[in-house]
Design a protein around this ligand. Structure first.
Ligand code: NDP
Length: 271
């Protein structure tokens, strides 16, 4: 089985950053808004800040104590021309999350607003796709995997992975099936698939008996098992049967981080 190495794909994206940033008229300057109190999200934010530092991107962290304060912070920056990109840090209530639709679509660096999702579905070129879904597409592009006519089964229908993959896979002429927790006979779907994309958050869920010989597997899942990070695919179990698979760690997550930086740079180019 060939390992589809996320680090190599991420490097191929990062290779352009220096030149892209040098060509910018203004320095990228992002605002990250959240509400204090979630340790996991603090770790994620620190990683983004470190990456921004590395590439000379201004990083403004605005962590509120309350929802009211979040709204005030958002009001203060949403029309600020010096801010080139805005992102919200989950967890947030539905009401607060919906404020994302007030971000100008070219500053929505995570591609999560209704406007960007709509543009993605109708195939507009300036759509910003949610980073993780785009990371999956980058794997197919980097490894020249032609999806034309292939049966691609996506397991998971979230707004950040499964749903935005639909238009992007259709764009690649795949025949797309989306599965979820209410899907009947899930294994029949995955067993008939040329490509399976797993994004459910269940450790080592997909086994060799769930796939066909030579299947191409993409693992989006991030799970913790006995202190180790594992994906939704049982990598050791499938490796004699699948033809290709992304590892966890070192797969989609690594590429996702690079895509966010690329979105930050590209949204600054559009200003
Ligand atoms: P969500 O919890 O939002 O969605 C999970 C999806 O999986 C839902 O559609 C759910 O179905 C489906 N599902 C859950 N259990 C089953 C099951 N037993 N059989 C079939 N479908 C099932 O998760 P996310 O999309 O946010 O994340 C998915 C995974 O990807 C997580 O492990 C997360 O950590 C990881 N992730 C990785 C990223 C990366 O950069 N690599 C970035 C973001 C997420 P239903 O809709 O019916 O409830």
């Amino acid at each position: 089985m060939q390992i589809l190495d996320g680090k190599i794909v991420a490097e191929s994206i990062k290779n352009y950053f220096e030149q892209q940033i040098n060509n910018l008229k203004t320095k990228p300057n992002i605002a990250v808004l959240g509400i204090k109190g979630d340790d996991a999200s603090d770790v994620y934010i620190k990683r983004i800040e470190k990456n921004c530092d590395k590439y000379g991107i201004e990083f403004n962290l605005m962590m509120a104590e309350t929802e009211e304060q979040f709204k005030e912070n958002f009001e203060a920056i949403k029309n600020d021309e010096s801010i080139t990109g805005i992102m919200f840090q989950q967890p947030l209530s539905k009401e607060i999350s919906n404020l994302i639709n007030e971000i100008p679509s070219n500053k929505d660096i995570e591609g999560l607003s209704n406007a960007n999702m709509g543009k993605l579905f109708i195939g507009e070129k300036d759509a910003i796709a949610p980073c993780t879904s785009k990371a999956v597409i980058e794997v197919f592009d980097y490894y020249n995997i032609d999806l034309t006519g292939k049966k691609v089964v996506v397991v998971g229908r979230s707004n950040i992975v499964g749903k935005p993959l639909i238009p992007q896979l259709l764009q690649k002429n795949a025949t797309v099936t989306i599965c979820h927790s209410k899907t009947k006979n899930l294994k029949d779907e995955t067993r008939n698939a040329d490509v399976v994309i797993m994004a459910i958050g269940k450790a080592k869920f997909l086994k060799k008996e769930d796939i066909k010989d030579g299947a191409i597997l993409i693992d989006v899942g991030i799970n913790f098992e006995n202190g180790k990070i594992v994906g939704d695919i049982d990598f050791e179990d499938v490796k004699e049967k699948a033809s290709m698979c992304t590892p966890v760690p070192g797969g989609i997550g690594t590429i996702t981080n690079a895509i966010l930086i690329r979105n930050i740079i590209e949204s600054c180019e559009k200003i």
